[in-house]
Design a protein. Structure first.
Length: 180
């Protein structure tokens, strides 16, 4: 059970929270507000700051959202963050990723039927999240050789940072999996 109450859309009376919920429902693409954001409504400014960070990191940029969500799967699995893992898998499913790929992402990443470029990007994101001190110049060089530019590599690091924080936050709250 979550340690803080979730504020469903019907319960929200604060205009700032109502406006943010409307943005989330529309822009996230699922027609609902995930428990992650419902748990933040207790502090409208915190909700707004986190939504803006999520939007600018995950919904914007040149790295496809599917890749960012796959990085989220890898990070959440490494941190054993069940809420975040389930949310990322649901997001990928809703974005059209096949059930086979989703299962392989979790159970057998080495043999997952993704292009090697995508696997390298996911591995980089995971390393940035779990062992950032171990990133080497060669890791960056490898991404450049795969065609990524500095802005895209920055997006990968920002994604790793965001999803690490989301894992910590959702685990500390014991956030319940969304009913979808």
């Amino acid at each position: 059970m979550a340690h803080f109450p979730l504020q469903d859309e019907a319960q929200v009376t604060h205009p700032q929270v109502q406006a943010i919920y409307a943005e989330i429902r529309t822009e996230l693409g699922f027609g609902m507000v995930p428990n992650l954001f419902k748990s933040m409504a207790i502090s409208p400014d915190f909700l707004e700051a986190n939504w803006k960070q999520f939007r600018s990191t995950i919904l914007a940029g040149n790295v496809p959202r599917t890749i960012k969500e796959m990085i989220g799967v890898a990070i959440s699995q490494a941190h054993d963050s069940q809420y975040a893992l389930k949310v990322h898998l649901h997001s990928l499913s809703a974005l059209g990723i096949s059930e086979e790929v989703l299962q392989m992402l979790v159970s057998d990443f080495a043999n997952c039927p993704l292009p090697e470029r995508e696997k390298a990007v996911i591995r980089f994101g995971l390393l940035a999240a779990t062992k950032p001190q171990q990133l080497t110049e060669m890791d960056y060089q490898d991404l450049h050789e795969l065609g990524l530019d500095g802005a895209e590599i920055f997006e990968l690091i920002a994604t790793a940072n965001l999803f690490t924080a989301v894992n910590q936050y959702t685990d500390a709250l014991a956030l319940e999996i969304d009913i979808l």
